[in-house]
Design a protein around this ligand. Structure first.
Ligand code: MF3
Ligand code: CO
Length: 247
């Protein structure tokens, strides 16, 4: 069931989402070659805790870290560890913060040092997919128009859309209805109501869209080993557009 939030609930959601926003900016200013993904996770943990919030991913279905740090061919849910970031890598950092009884959720893909033109394009197009998706998005928009727009932009640029992971509703739970696929047919799906809060998160691959999960039971990698990127914001559907809580 898709719940809509009251204005008071949305006000409570501002803080955890602002913490996610600020944490992603903080990480973006510090992430660099030579760091391990575990060090990135520690930055996230410390930042979220210092902000008076809880890193919601930690312990979520047994997830062992505060952030998902996914490098190159890793699509999402990369478990931070000993992998060392190298010049030319692209790294997605995805994190959730819990405060005031609500979750915030966002992700960015960062370029480490000198990155190839095709990887740069992938990162840029993935980000653009989010902004295409929210163009014209407002109360009354059919849900799958979001995925339609992401898919049009990604495939129009020669990339593919990851199918097996989606965006989602968010609120008192990290994952609420509806599921928000990044592909779909225009004009289909439920019409979104005002004050619905969604995480819109294009996951875009340079090669094929098929993924497999590593033996750690979390890390999703592309089957063909080509790079993928991820970009996510939490948004509120409004009568005349969207309000982005993590920007
Ligand atoms: N932030 C992720 C999302 O967008 C959640 C990752 S799953 C977790 O849905 F286990 F790491 F929390
Ligand atoms: Co999310």
């Amino acid at each position: 069931m898709i719940t809509v939030k009251s204005e008071d609930e949305i006000d409570l959601m501002r803080e955890p989402n602002a913490i996610v926003r600020d944490c992603l900016k903080f990480v973006g200013e510090r992430i660099r070659a030579g760091m391990t993904t575990k060090e990135v996770d520690t930055m996230v943990y410390d930042f979220v805790k210092a902000s008076g919030a809880e890193p919601s991913c930690l312990g979520y279905y047994g997830y062992p870290a505060s952030a998902c740090v996914s490098v190159n061919e890793e699509v999402v849910h990369g478990i931070p560890g000993d992998r060392v970031l190298r010049d030319g890598d692209i790294v997605s950092v995805d994190l959730c913060a819990y405060k005031n009884g609500f979750h915030g959720d966002g992700a960015r893909t960062f370029c480490i040092g000198e990155v190839s033109e095709d990887k740069k394009k992938l990162v840029r197009v993935t980000e653009e997919c989010f902004f295409k998706a929210i163009e014209g998005l407002k109360a009354g928009t059919p849900l799958y128009d979001i995925g339609y727009k992401v898919q049009q932009h990604a495939e129009g640029n020669g990339f593919s859309v990851i199918r097996s992971y989606t965006g989602h509703g968010i609120g008192r739970e990290m994952h609420e209805d509806p599921s928000v696929p990044n592909f779909g047919r225009k004009g289909t799906g439920v019409r979104l109501r005002s004050n619905t809060v969604l995480c819109i998160e294009p996951m875009i691959a340079m090669g094929g869209y098929r993924v497999r999960v590593l033996d750690d039971d979390w890390t999703a990698v592309t089957l063909d080993g080509k790079c993928a990127a991820h970009y996510e914001n939490t948004v509120v559907i409004r009568p005349d557009g969207v309000e982005i809580l993590t920007l």
